[in-house]
Ligand binder design. Structure first.
Ligand code: APR
Length: 228
């Protein structure tokens, strides 16, 4: 039996933009009208847990009203012909809902909550975390999100996937946030790399084929190329 080629996707906020979820850096450091550093950093959480809980409760609830778009669906559809690993910086669940079976969430997941040390992780779906709710160890129950200033525990797993890739596709990420952006350096030499983004993205790597389109159109173009 012929072994399937392994395609690794590195996705970011842009892949979910056409589903109606806003990106981070297209709106002057504001994320849904909040200062990114106030709601996405461990210091912001320590300063103001109520605002941060409220913010993620809103983001979680938003999942009920958004749907995977054509880009998520085309990525999932490739599983019939390829081994697919999706390494995403997104905390939404749209890749899974489109049918992707191997998704590595580098920055955590909205549908989960955890204790302060992250040793206990629970599924909460789209339900809010009520202010002041405690985890079983007595610490404050918090969103299972990797904030600025925190470790990225799945980084090594993602790096192993990127090294194993026969093809790498970077879609909808500005590649500005480390360590996620550094994953591109784990790719084997001569691995074809595609970039899907309507804007220019600095990757520090040459020889990348840039499909300069929004995610769904870009994924249609890429899917056609991969079929050949
Ligand atoms: N289709 C594809 N790409 C798009 C679209 C679209 N419809 N719209 C915008 N983009 C692109 C932008 O051009 C940009 O390059 O998506 C990218 C979004 O970049 P960012 O907003 O910086 O998002 P991302 O790279 O995912 O941010 C990384 O930063 O705040 C943290 O933890 C947060 O995971 C997040 C991380």
């Amino acid at each position: 039996m012929k072994q399937m080629k392994h395609i690794v996707f590195l996705t970011g906020a842009g892949i979910s933009a056409e589903s109606g979820i806003s990106t981070f850096r297209d709106s002057n450091g504001l994320w849904e009208n909040y200062d990114v550093m106030e709601v996405a950093s461990i210091d912001g959480w320590r300063r103001n847990p109520d605002t941060v809980q409220k913010f993620y409760n809103e983001r979680r609830l938003q999942l009920d009203s958004v749907q995977p778009n054509m880009a998520h669906k085309l990525i999932a559809g490739l599983e019939s012909d390829f081994k697919i690993t999706v390494v995403t910086q997104n905390v939404d669940n749209l890749h899974e809902r489109a049918g992707s079976s191997c998704v590595i969430h580098l920055h955590g997941e909205l549908t989960k909550a955890c204790n302060e040390s992250k040793s206990e992780i629970i599924d909460i779906g789209t339900k809010p975390i009520e202010l002041g709710t405690k985890a079983s160890d007595g610490s404050m129950l918090r969103p299972f999100i990797v904030w600025f200033g925190e470790e990225v525990p799945l980084l090594e797993k993602a790096a192993i996937a990127v090294t194993a890739a026969d093809i790498l596709v970077i879609a909808g990420t500005s590649m500005q946030v480390y360590p996620a952006a550094g994953l591109i350096n784990y790719v084997k030499r001569k691995t074809p790399i595609f970039l899907i983004d309507p804007n220019d993205v600095i990757t520090g790597m040459s020889g990348i084929e840039h499909i300069k389109e929004k995610a769904s159109r870009g994924m249609s173009i890429l899917t056609e190329k991969l079929k050949k």
